[in-house]
Design a binder for this molecule. Structure first.
Ligand SMILES: [Zn+2]
Ligand SMILES: [Zn+2]
Length: 297
């Protein structure tokens, strides 16, 4: 791929194709570009600010207008500079920008959740190849997230412990599913992974919200994330994937039973009839074997 593409809205020189620029970080002096990471509004937003959040009843149905924010985080000025080939410092800057936008948008009290994610490849939903992540702030907490909260709360009530801290402890001792670790993170294939090569990058330090993460932990996250993506790239030939930062909703940022983490889901299999009917996932791969394979054994 070329370093610049004159039809790409995220490439430098094509700013006229962007709605506006929300923020950017200073450039590293490469290619005479004066920015490195740039945040812009999504031109085709899933959710928009400035709309009423009132719930509407229509017969037995409930709806609400699509309030929220939808931003694109352009990870590099260079069209072909995917996260796996960036310098460590570039990935650190990217994680810093994730954090800054997260904190900034969570300060707006109408935002109940901020979700940061990256779609890589067509099967993961990417329409533009230029390296980018996205951020969506929502005005509600979806049932999917409330279910995870409730299950973690139930575990806490029964045991007095955070389920994620217990998983960390168990995986750290068991070792069979661990792929890598550093000072602040343990990365492993979850015991009941829903898809082949699913990976969780979990901070050792208990914190419910991504917003409270300090500087050294952000640097360690950048390194763990890049290493994990490099392993997927090398061992699975650059698979399509999504990753998401699962942080917790407003008013839940200090809970003793909630623990933020980053989840990577390669797109190697397809959801079919059985999954639609039952919600049960068929994972044709064993987590322990996936972990060994990624480690190069
Ligand atoms: Zn581009
Ligand atoms: Zn915990």
């Amino acid at each position: 791929m070329p370093a610049l593409d004159d039809r790409c809205p995220f490439c430098p020189g094509n700013e006229r194709m962007l709605p506006s620029i929300i923020m950017e970080t200073p450039g590293q002096g490469q290619g005479n570009v004066d920015w490195q990471v740039r945040v812009v509004p999504n031109k085709f937003p899933a959710l928009t600010p400035g709309v009423d959040q009132a719930r509407l009843k229509e017969g037995i149905y409930l709806s609400m207008p699509g309030y929220g924010r939808h931003e694109v985080i352009i990870e590099s000025p260079f069209h072909n500079r995917d996260l796996v080939i960036m310098s460590r410092e570039e990935v650190e800057t990217l994680v810093e920008v994730y954090h800054r936008r997260y904190v900034k948008l969570m300060r707006e009290k109408q935002n109940m959740m901020v979700v940061i994610f990256r779609n890589h490849g067509p099967r993961a939903g990417t329409s533009l190849v230029h390296p980018h992540s996205q951020l969506i702030a929502t005005g509600l907490v979806p049932g999917h997230v409330r279910l995870r909260e409730r299950e973690a709360e139930r575990y806490f009530d029964e045991t007095g412990r955070c389920v994620y801290c217990d998983i960390l402890e168990f995986e750290g001792l068991d070792r069979r599913r661990v792929i890598l670790e550093n000072r602040s993170f343990l990365a492993f294939v979850p015991y009941a992974a829903e898809v082949p090569f699913e990976i969780w990058i979990v901070p050792r330090k208990h914190r419910a919200g991504f917003g409270a993460v300090p500087g050294d932990e952000k640097i360690d996250l950048a390194h763990a994330l890049q290493e994990i993506l490099a392993k997927l790239h090398a061992r699975l030939d650059d698979p399509d994937y999504n990753y998401v930062i699962n942080s917790w909703a407003r008013y839940k940022a200090d809970e003793p039973h909630l623990h933020w983490y980053l989840q990577v889901r390669p797109r190697l299999t397809t959801t079919a009839g059985f999954e639609i009917a039952t919600g049960i996932r068929i994972n044709p791969s064993l987590p322990e074997q996936d972990a060994d394979y990624l480690k190069g054994r």
